[in-house]
Design a binder for this molecule. Structure first.
Ligand code: ASP
Ligand code: MG
Length: 293
């Protein structure tokens, strides 16, 4: 089993979803695909939430309307088949109705997390519909059925392992699974999340839980660079890193990786590959036990 995670920019445009569908079916290997929200969505949801907590009805309405328009255009480009287009419209309608209902209730911490979860719920449902259109056999497995936190709000890897095995066993004939990054349930059973950028963490936790052969993190840069490419010219991708080196780099701000996402892979000794969706043939960076350089 292989785990492949795609960030917001990798699924943020209909043609990128097409590219992702090709990458995840490049060979016959059973794969769990972890998706982030479409780029910009989680930020927009945070802003909606801020307007709601400031009781700015006009502001939240404008932001919800703008985001809904974005999704309407997105599905119009993504889904061509009429019956699937109707399904996609239904999905979007349901999620935006939920957002509008939140305007009428007072915002609690739990409701705020429900709002933040909408991005990954929508991206995975739309991607699954796209796969249906392309006749690519798959199962959409809800992260909320197996990604869970313990009493200290830390991921409970033992429980995740037990739960994901049950979920996967429900689809004995499937080889391709789609799930949400970032979202999970806390010890109270409420919807929660692994903090901003947490989809990498989801991927690494799932990889450890299923003892995956590899955890591939697909973004829009070809691996971890020797310098910050946004600041320094002519940086090069580092070919290999040890788990400790990668954790240190992520901790000190290399934006490509969520800082906490190394430990589950390290614990399960699962190599993590940082790869570029825009340049799939580039070697990227491999993070494993011994760097070997
Ligand atoms: N969508 C979430 C965020 O933007 C999680 C992620 O992208 O990893 O923070
Ligand atoms: Mg994101």
């Amino acid at each position: 089993m292989r785990v492949m995670k795609f960030g917001g920019t990798s699924v943020g445009k209909p043609e990128r979803m097409h590219q992702v569908s090709q990458l995840i079916t490049r060979d016959g290997e059973p794969t769990i695909v972890v998706l982030s929200a479409l780029s910009g969505t989680t930020n927009a949801l945070v802003e909606i939430s801020n307007s709601l907590s400031a009781q700015d009805k006009k502001g939240s309405t404008e932001k919800i309307d703008a985001l809904e328009k974005h999704y309407a255009l997105f599905i119009n480009d993504l889904i061509k088949e009429a019956s699937l287009k109707t399904k996609a419209e239904g999905i979007i309608k349901e999620h935006f109705e939920f957002l509008r209902i939140t305007q009428r209730i007072s915002l609690s911490d739990a409701l705020n997390k429900d709002i933040l979860a909408q991005g990954e719920l929508m991206s995975t449902k739309l991607f699954a519909l796209y796969l249906e259109q392309e006749k690519i056999d798959h199962a959409l497995i809800p992260a909320l059925d197996f990604m869970c936190l313990d009493m200290n709000d830390e991921p409970d890897l033992t429980l995740i392992e037990q739960k994901i095995k049950v979920v996967l066993a429900q689809h004995p004939t499937k080889k391709l699974f789609i799930t949400q990054g970032y979202i999970c349930r806390n010890a109270k059973g409420e919807v929660d999340n692994l903090k901003r950028g947490g989809s990498d963490y989801t991927a690494s936790l799932i990889a450890a839980a299923v003892q995956a052969s590899v955890c591939e993190i697909w973004t829009d840069i070809d691996g971890m660079h020797n310098n910050d490419p946004r600041v320094v010219d002519k940086t090069v991708a580092i070919e290999q890193l040890s788990f400790d080196e990668a954790a240190e780099l992520a901790y000190f701000g290399a934006k490509i990786l969520h800082p906490t996402c190394i430990w589950p892979a390290q614990q399960g000794n699962i190599p993590v590959k940082l790869l570029n969706t825009m340049q799939p043939s580039a070697a990227g960076t491999v993070i494993k036990k011994e760097a070997g350089i």
